[in-house]
Design a protein around this ligand. Structure first.
Ligand SMILES: C[S@@+](CC[C@H](N)C(=O)[O-])C[C@H]1O[C@@H](n2cnc3c(N)ncnc32)[C@H](O)[C@@H]1O
Length: 378
């Protein structure tokens, strides 16, 4: 019997009901109540956690997004009611950096704004409320299930949300597409291939993928599409801003990535085995931005801008953040340290600057005046 409680639960489940899809396995590893990676206590992001996100690098990331949010508010005609929704808000750091910036530099936009936080793990609401206490009057919470019932005008944004959603894994064989299932062999978790559990996998690849070569593995995020559909239903007018690592379909499903993009993170080390440390390591995949753009267009969302994080930040306001460091009351050594930290956010060639991409979509906005649009062709 395994000492890992989550492994015991998953193994029992397989004994009882038979093999499960990799997607169900990943969902349990990340979100099993009380035991999943994101639903159990402990720091996940930052130095004491398993990986860094842009948010944990420097507040400038949130401040630049806030500059763009203020431009979005102006593009909507400076409405007196402006709703911000952050999905996958974690501990609330990004929300706090955004609200602090708006309060300090964009008071009219701040006065018009309310902020709703949506997080799969409800216990994080306490940490979010504490961090955002000065903005408490403006703050509200919704569960992921309530998202599709919401109707709002404003901006829905997320950072590293979709890469944390469970995916189906498929392999192209000489006999056709097969799906990865998780089963038990001699009492141990093991993979087996069989016909896809749902026709949606082939349909997804036909619409939002590229043809796979025999032997090529890939991931399919039906959860990501379902999320986009819920969000598109809730956004009456305004913008969706999605920051994540991922590619357009040609880069995501290229034969160069024969093994797909699934990776695990534990204490800042990258692993490729999702069957160890169940619930104690992150499991993640690169996201398919083409699916978001193409399905988004079908749902009435216009792609306003898509590109690397460094382009987005450079055109949306990180230069001003560098200037702010120069004029701050800091020692030369601290200024240099701050400049080098900011540089991490925009480092291309494998750094955060081009690993991460930004997608801005809109509904019902005639002429969006955004910093990132200014940057096309840079
Ligand atoms: C990789 S973490 C990113 C946290 C934070 N946005 C950051 O960048 O540091 C992903 C977060 O999304 C949350 N999450 C996953 N699926 C979600 C969903 N459908 N709705 C809301 N939150 C979700 C997880 O619980 C987790 O806190």
């Amino acid at each position: 019997m395994s000492e890992n409680q989550l492994e015991t639960i998953i193994s029992e489940r397989i004994r009882r009901q038979g093999r499960i899809t990799f997607c169900d396995y990943m969902a349990a590893c990340l979100y099993e109540p009380g035991l999943g990676y994101y639903t159990s206590p402990g720091r996940k992001v930052g130095t004491a956690g398993d990986f860094y996100t842009s948010i944990t690098v420097h507040a400038a990331f949130g401040r630049v997004i806030a500059r763009e949010i203020a431009r979005m508010w102006r593009s909507l005609g400076q409405p007196i009611g402006f709703t911000l929704v952050e999905v996958g808000a974690g501990h609330g750091r990004l929300a706090c950096d955004i609200m602090d910036f708006l309060a300090e530099r964009e008071p009219d936009c701040y006065a018009a704004s309310t902020l709703l936080l949506v997080e799969q793990e409800p216990s994080l609401a306490e940490a979010q409320a504490a961090l955002l206490s000065v903005h408490g009057q403006k703050l509200g919470w919704r569960s992921p299930a309530q998202l599709s019932e919401l109707r709002f005008s404003g901006v829905l944004y997320s950072n590293e949300l979709l890469d944390a959603m469970p995916v189906h894994r498929v392999v192209m064989t000489a006999e056709g597409l097969r799906e990865v299932y998780v089963t038990l062999q001699d009492g141990q978790l093991a993979e087996e291939l069989d016909h896809p559990s749902t026709p949606h996998l082939e349909q997804y690849l036909a619409r939002y993928g590229t043809p796979l070569l025999v032997g090529q593995e890939a991931e399919v995020s039906l959860a990501g599409l379902a999320w986009l559909e819920a969000v598109a239903a809730s956004l009456e007018q305004g913008f969706l801003l999605t920051v994540d690592y991922g590619f357009p379909k040609e880069e995501l499903y290229t034969p160069r990535r024969r093994q797909g993009t699934l990776l695990c993170y534990h204490q800042h080390r990258v692993e490729d085995n999702p069957y160890i440390r169940l619930g104690q390591q992150d499991i993640t995949t690169h996201i398919n931005f083409s699916a978001l753009m193409e399905r988004g267009a079908e749902l009435g969302l216009t792609t306003v801008w898509f590109g690397e994080q460094y382009r987005f930040l450079l055109t949306a306001g990180i230069v001003e953040e560098f200037e702010a460091i120069e004029s701050a009351d800091l020692s030369e050594a601290d200024k240099l340290k701050a400049r080098l930290t900011l540089k991490r956010l925009i480092m291309p060639e494998g750094g955060m600057g081009d690993t991460f991409r930004v997608l801005v979509q809109s509904r019902g906005v005639e002429r969006p005046q955004l910093g990132c649009i200014r940057g096309i062709g840079l």
